[in-house]
Design a protein around this ligand. Structure first.
Ligand code: GTR
Length: 407
């Protein structure tokens, strides 16, 4: 708590609703040339590409158009995991450009029943695949040694198992696939050379172009490669892929969902600044703070909006709108003021007009719902009691939302 207070004083962070500045959001349904957007077709052909371009060039950086090689190797497969309830699978992803290789490991549970195809949740973990379960067959994620010294407690199995309600997910008939996000881009500005970014032709270890992608862009790209693999899996229904991202991974999940329509449900758990929260509210974490603390997350162009959020050509309700007609769910935690729960809610609410162009259902009031009263329409939202985290309650809501749309 003391640390948080010091950090705020030092970085001038606002937690007072009465100090949120008056702001005007950039228009969702008006094209750059002033034309009004009145249909889904017009949104898709005119406005959507304009906004995607702005998010790429000004915030997350451009995802390269060239491809690198990705090979998959099944490393382990156990049809009798969890007392025979599921098949566990470990898959090595080998990314290469012919000269250099980077490896990542995917961990999956696929329920053995029912026998047909099933929906799946995709999501990165923060502390290695081994942190999500006590299953001793889980191999350590390849990049983990780059970010954690050998005697660190994060090498303990199951150290974040509380964030992965595997039993519940499996019992409700969903497969789940997770990978450590460090395998794609180790979360440290010094480790760019170990990230998949370094495999692309335009990579220069000395120079980062102003609109070049960085870690969030890379994580989003990596989740699409997980989808490529899932599409090859006979037990997976590739029309029923949901992505769930917490915090920095919530930011990446929204950006992934904006670019890749194969994510039919996109879930942002406490994603905050640079995720679901509206920048213009300047509540909790701000552009200046996030760019300072995490210089390797956003593209360099984004730094010009430090303390000048009102000059951003976009705001985060537009990011959520880019996911339409994919279903989207935003979740907040009451004590997670750093992530600005109200700003997260408002983005979900204000993305509504685009969803309505598709005839989809939206959040119909700008008043935040009470704690533990989830809104489950084509856009969903909840706020729960407690801190910045992923809880069993969050998973229950995500499963209910997925049941509603997938079953
Ligand atoms: C914080 C960061 C947030 C959020 C969080 C997390 O330090 O300021 O934007 O991403 O980390 O990922 O848990």
């Amino acid at each position: 708590w003391l640390v948080a207070v010091c950090l705020c004083a030092q970085q001038n962070v606002n937690y007072d609703e009465s100090k949120v500045p008056a702001y005007i959001l950039p228009n969702l349904l008006q094209a750059n040339n002033g034309e009004k957007i009145t249909s889904a077709t017009q949104w898709e052909t005119q406005r959507r590409p304009e906004l995607l371009e702005l998010f790429a060039s000004q915030m997350y950086g451009r995802t390269p158009e060239d491809n690198i090689d990705v090979a998959y190797e099944i490393v382990t497969e156990n049809p009798n995991a969890m007392d025979g309830k599921v098949t566990s699978k470990q898959v090595r992803f080998i990314f290469s450009n012919g000269k250099k290789k980077i490896e990542a490991l995917l961990w999956m549970y696929i329920p053995n029943k029912p026998t047909g195809k099933m929906p799946v949740f995709v999501g990165y973990n923060f502390k290695g695949n081994h942190s999500t379960t006590f299953d001793t067959t889980v191999l350590y994620s390849p990049a983990f040694h780059l970010v954690k010294e050998p005697d660190h407690p994060d090498w303990e199995r199951g150290n974040q198992a509380n964030r992965w309600s595997y039993d519940k997910i499996i019992d409700r008939g969903y497969a789940i696939a997770t990978m450590c996000y460090h395998d794609i881009y180790p979360d440290n500005p010094e480790l760019r050379d170990h990230s998949i970014v370094s495999l692309f032709p335009e990579y220069d270890p000395e120079v980062i172009a102003p609109d070049e992608w960085q870690a969030i862009g890379a994580w989003a790209w990596g989740s699409s490669r997980i989808v490529d693999f899932l599409e090859t899996q006979e037990k997976i229904d590739s029309d029923k892929i949901a992505i769930m991202g917490h915090s920095r991974q919530g930011k990446a999940a929204l950006w992934a969902g904006a670019q890749d329509e194969r994510f039919r449900i996109v879930i942002s758990n406490d994603s905050g600044c640079g995720g679901a929260a509206l920048f213009r509210r300047k509540f909790g974490e701000t552009a200046a703070v996030i760019n300072k603390n995490f210089p390797h997350w956003f593209c360099k162009n984004f730094r010009q909006y430090n303390d000048k959020e009102e000059t951003l050509p976009v705001d985060q309700h537009q990011l959520i709108a880019l996911i339409a007609p994919g279903k989207v769910y935003v979740a907040s935690a009451e004590e997670d003021l750093w992530a600005d729960p109200r700003g997260e809610f408002l983005s979900a609410y204000l993305a509504g007009p685009v969803y309505r162009l598709y005839g989809l259902t939206t959040i119909d009031s700008g008043e935040m719902p009470a704690l533990h009263k989830p809104i489950m329409r084509d856009i969903g939202y909840h706020i729960r009691a407690g801190k910045h985290d992923v809880t069993e309650y969050d998973w229950e809501c995500y499963l209910d939302f997925a049941d509603k749309h997938f079953k």
